[in-house]
Design a protein around this ligand. Structure first.
Ligand code: 7PM
Length: 276
């Protein structure tokens, strides 16, 4: 099953790497628009050289307690970066946003994928994606980013996540989004404790049966810190183990900070998987 991202076609039965590019002020010491565009392009260029198929551009921190970003501020951060990467590099630009205005504007600037950690639940988001005609990643989240990690609870995390995603697919298709353009993500760390995250990864194959390609993001996340006892800067090996397991279990896209290393891990997993 091939998918087309603003004209770039990928075989989704294979596993691809998505590099993370944050354009929040804490990530790019702010020196105005051109400086930020330059720094982002440099980082993106390296990730493409390292084998990234996607660059995920995000301008709103989803960290609990992070300051709220106005629509205009998010547009100012994200649009120039999406525009310059689409123009200059041979890569699919993904936009990590829940804001309909950002979805619509970046679609016109060459974005190839909308990645919404709020599963198109904001007013206007479904219509923005339907009008853009772009593929979308719908991620499971329990609660809101600010409070999602205060005592998350499930009856059965696998069933609950599956039902949420099925429901959001139904709503998205009703809103005019092509079912073939929908990627699903269990949302590791988004309203889940360690046991929840581990169960989801252990049973990732089951989410595959929903009939959509899967994207997963565990790079440097706290679940890996809890398992290994490592601080965020020391979680590369753990992230590669998680990426390898995900690729073996059929994930189509791995979202990662360390692209070169993740691409190697995915290549090894893919070689073994295809030899079975
Ligand atoms: C604070 C909390 C900072 C969470 C950063 C994060 C995913 C994503 C993110 C994911 C998809 C991070 C996350 N995670 N999009 N965006 N799937 N589709 O650790 O797992 O990078 S942000």
């Amino acid at each position: 099953m091939k998918m087309s991202f603003a004209g770039r076609v990928l075989e989704m039965s294979r596993c691809h790497v998505m590099g993370v590019l944050n354009v929040t002020p804490d990530s790019f010491s702010d020196g105005g628009r051109f400086n930020r565009q330059d720094a982002a392009l440099l980082k993106a260029r390296q990730m493409v050289a390292d084998g990234a198929a996607f660059i995920d551009v995000g301008g709103e921190s989803t960290r609990p307690g992070a300051a709220k970003v106005s629509i205009q501020e998010e547009l100012d951060r994200v649009c120039p970066v999406v525009e310059v990467i689409s123009r200059e590099l041979d890569v699919i630009v993904s936009v990590d946003t829940s804001t309909p205005e950002v979805m619509s504007q970046t679609a016109g600037l060459g974005a190839g994928l909308i990645n919404d950690v709020r599963a198109l639940q904001r007013d206007g988001a479904l219509a923005a994606v339907a009008d853009a005609g772009l593929p979308v990643c719908i991620m499971h989240i329990q609660g809101e980013p600010e409070t999602m990690q205060d005592r998350p609870e499930y009856q059965n995390v696998l069933r609950d996540v599956g039902e949420f995603l099925t429901q959001r697919v139904r709503v998205a298709v009703q809103a005019g989004i092509d079912a073939q353009n929908i990627i699903l993500d269990p949302g590791f760390g988004f309203g889940k404790n360690l046991e929840h995250n581990v169960r989801l990864l252990a049973s990732l194959e089951q989410l595959h049966s929903l009939g959509h390609p899967l994207l997963v993001g565990m790079s440097r996340k706290s679940m890996l810190g809890l398992i290994t006892g490592r601080e965020v800067d020391e979680r590369l090996s753990a992230s590669l183990a998680a990426a390898t397991i995900s690729a073996m279990k059929g994930a189509s896209i791995i979202r990662a900070h360390d692209v070169r290393e993740t691409v190697d891990a995915v290549r090894v997993a893919t070689a073994i998987k295809e030899a079975v």
